[in-house]
Design a protein around this ligand. Sequence first.
Ligand code: PGA
Length: 251
Amino acid sequence: MRKPYICGNWKLNKTIAEAVDFVNTLKGEIAGINDVEVGIGAPFTCLSALSDACKGTNIASGAEDCYWEESGAFTGEVAPSMIKDAGCSFVIIGHSERRQFFGETNETVNKKVKAALAAGLQAIVCVGEMLEERKAGKANDVVKDHIVGGLEGLSAEQMKNVVIAYEPVWAIGTGETATPAQAQEIHAFARSVLKDMFGEVVAEATRIQYGGSVKPDNVKELMACADVDGALVGGAALKPDSFAALVKFKA
Ligand code: PGA
C-alpha cells in the first residue's frame, strides 16, 4: 500500500516568523493523523526554523531546490547536505517554474536527484507538460522524457526515497485542475514508465503525487484515483486551514 503524501510548496513566500506560526497552527489541526505523510517545502531562509517548529510533529520540512555539488566555488547555491543540516528530510527537484525560469533541464534534475539521495534526502521529482504540449497530443511523451531523464541511473534501492509529482503546467496556479480522469490517465502512464525502468515492484511502491490547483474542494476526487498517491500543493498550502483540510481529505 502506498501511503498518501500531501506536500506543500510555498514557493517564494513566507518569512521565518510566518513559517513558524503556520506550523504552530497546523500541528494542532492535524495531530494524530498518521495514515497520511505530510511535508512542507519552503524557502531556504526559513528551513532551520521550520524544521525546529516541526520537531515532535508528523510534519516533514524540505527545500524547493538544491545544487548537485557538496561544496566549492558555486556562489549562491545550496548543497543537499546543508538542507539536511537545516533539519530537512526532503527536497523538491525539477519544478516546472525552475524548468521555465531558471534553466532546469532533465540533466540538471538528474544530477540534483542523485546528490539529494546521496545526502539522505527524499527527492520529490516534478514532471509535467505545458499547455501547447498537451494540445499537440504530447503529454505522455513529455512526462516520459522527464521521468526517464530525471531518474536515469538510479537503482531500485534509491527509488525508495523518490516521489514523483505530476504537475501539468497549465494547471499550476491557474485554478484549472486536471480532471480526475486526466490525472489518472497520466499517473497510470507514469507508473508504466517506472515499470519499464525499474520493474513492477518499484513501480507499484513509488508514490506519484498530483499537483496543479489542488484545493480542499477537489482533493477528494483526485485522491480517489487509483494511481494518485498524494498532492503537491502551492496556493492552498499557504494557509493552515486549507492545508489542514487537504491533509484531512479522508475525513
Ligand atoms: P498550485 O501550485 O497548487 O498553486 O497550482 C502547485 C505547484 O506548483 O506545486
